[in-house]
Design a protein around this ligand. Structure first.
Ligand SMILES: Cc1cc2nc3c(=O)[nH]c(=O)nc-3n(C[C@H](O)[C@H](O)[C@H](O)COP(=O)(O)OP(=O)(O)OC[C@H]3O[C@@H](n4cnc5c(N)ncnc54)[C@H](O)[C@@H]3O)c2cc1C
Length: 486
């Protein structure tokens, strides 16, 4: 049997055919990965270099490679997925608008379908908290595998263990430097896509940044060390929610839960949590957790590490250590105090803490809170989102959210002002221009608009154009042909 890859990812079937034997997969297709060995000389020339292999960078690289560009992804970790895998940020929110219409598809949906086929996802489920229409649980480890397969199927090369991105980028076509354990290599490329989340390339290329929100103390949004518990019994949790609705977020889908619909997310336990939060040293107002792909799994998104700079290695290290301390404290308390968690145990603490906010680029287009709420549309739109504004209080504490748009707002093409780098989300050009400068956080949009960045980069390479000369009508037509909703 030839596996569904149909592209001989591991080439074992070709070898069998050449030796006149029946072709079958030697490696289980689920785990078939083609190892491309890199060395200094193989890094000499690329059309597109993507810095950062998070959801944004991975989708950008797949799209660039799929559309014909010779593509390299430079990533700090030896696997793709960024916050989705390395920081176990879970679930993906949200592919749908409030009315239940799907507003995001394309490469993100393809990733999800591939995951679901191997038991790494359950599809789109209702968000029990009622904050958004749907949420999408996924298995972080299988996500790494599937993302790698999608990258390598398109011959996009992944360079992991890169502790720095491009050091200097001036004009398109200049050289960037990749620094890792084995030394520093210069990597020329026609287009650089900054998907580092920290705007590393754009910053070094001199793109204007909004001033850091420091006024004597740092007031970026807090970091969170997520973790996964296994051995959780969800029945007593559901029963407690239904008996104590005032203890939970007011939009919780109580009626659905009474009817036996899946319990996918929990926000609350207000009284019990507030009574203990200070003792545990977690500056937050509620417990927040999500169901996983397997029935006894629970992803806890509750820790809060404040007043530290996620772009500073010393601060980041301090944050990681504090995050791990909080994970232990929260898990112990859950086991002792909350019905349903008695037999639970920590099955995964992720590689790194989740960093919500660092540098913010001044983009050609700046999205305002009003644009989100009113569902703004743009001439250079390359994706849609319906995720409302969600800003975590810099001091821990609460969450400020906006109304969700009636239908959707559009995401403009992600070009930083005055730098020849295409910038992907986390942050992208999607910053508020108001005085408080909160950061818009439309997570799933990463999976999609950055597919568009990759496609745009490939188009620019092919047509020898600068990204600013993009024909957006053509870009959108191609995106639609490739399954995106634009
Ligand atoms: C605590 C927290 C909770 C969140 N909750 C949710 C949620 O429930 N649902 C949801 O959908 N979204 C959530 N988000 C948002 C979501 O995680 C982000 O929107 C998404 O990860 C952004 O993707 P990205 O690819 O732009 O950035 P990232 O995921 O941050 O990826 C950036 C990648 O670049 C790499 N990198 C950075 N700098 C360099 C460098 N110099 N050289 C090489 N590699 C580099 C990093 O290792 C990383 O892999 C949350 C975020 C956080 C932090």
């Amino acid at each position: 049997m030839v596996n569904e890859c149909a592209a001989a990812l591991c080439r074992s079937c070709f070898l069998l055919l050449l030796s006149h034997r029946a072709a079958e997969c030697v490696t289980h297709p689920r785990y078939t990965l083609d190892v491309i060995r890199l060395n200094a000389s193989s890094l000499d020339s690329f059309d597109v270099v993507v810095c950062g292999g998070g959801p944004a960078g991975t989708m950008a690289a797949i799209s660039a490679a799929r559309n014909g560009a010779k593509t390299l992804v430079i990533e700090r970790h030896p696997f793709p997925g960024g916050s989705s895998t390395a920081a176990m940020v879970h679930p993906w929110l949200s592919f749908h608008n409030k009315r239940g219409e799907q507003v995001l598809a394309g490469l993100g949906q393809e990733l999800l379908d591939r995951l679901q086929a191997i038991g790494g996802a359950l599809g789109h489920l209702r968000d029990s908290i009622g904050f958004v229409h749907s949420l999408t649980p996924f298995d972080p480890d299988l996500t790494k595998q599937v993302m790698l397969q999608m990258l390598q199927k398109r011959r996009a090369v992944v360079a992991g263990h890169a502790d720095r991105g491009c050091r200097k980028v001036g004009r398109c076509g200049e050289r960037g430097a990749r620094r890792q354990q084995s030394g520093e290599f210069r990597v020329p490329a026609r287009i650089f896509i900054d998907a580092s989340g920290d705007a590393d390339i754009a910053f070094k290329a001199g793109a204007p940044m909004q001033a850091q929100r420091k006024d004597g103390r740092l007031i970026t949004q807090p970091m969170t060390m997520n973790f996964r518990l296994s051995g959780v019994d969800w029945q007593p949790i559901r029963a407690f929610i239904l008996q104590n609705p005032d203890e939970f977020h007011h939009e919780t889908l109580f009626d659905d839960l009474r009817r036996g619909e899946p319990l996918t997310a929990v926000s609350g336990y207000f009284s019990q949590w507030r009574a203990v939060a200070e003792t545990l040293g977690v500056p937050r107002d509620r417990l927040l957790f999500f169901s996983g792909v397997r029935p006894d799994e629970c992803y806890v998104n509750t820790s809060r590490v404040t007043q530290l700079d996620g772009a500073d290695a010393f601060d980041l290290t301090a944050g990681e250590i504090e995050g791990r301390r909080q994970v232990g404290a929260i898990a112990d308390w859950l086991r002792q105090e909350i019905d349903g968690f008695q037999d639970s145990f920590i099955s995964t603490i992720p590689t790194q803490i989740g960093v919500r906010e660092t540098r913010r680029i001044v983009g050609d287009t700046m999205l305002s809170q009003n644009d989100v709420v009113s569902g703004a549309k743009f001439d250079d739109a390359i994706a849609r989102s319906a995720y409302p504004v969600d800003i975590h209080a810099p001091t821990g504490g609460g969450l400020v959210t906006s109304e969700a748009p009636h239908d959707f707002y559009e995401i403009p093409f992600p070009l930083p002002a005055a730098a020849n780098v295409v910038q992907c989300h986390r942050g992208g050009p999607l910053h508020f221009s108001d005085a408080r400068r909160p950061r818009l956080n439309p997570p799933d949009a990463d999976l999609f608009c950055d597919g568009a960045a990759g496609l745009a980069a490939a188009h620019c390479v092919e047509s020898n154009q600068h990204p600013r000369e993009m024909n957006f009508a053509l870009l959108r037509d191609t995106l639609r042909e490739q399954g995106a909703i634009v």
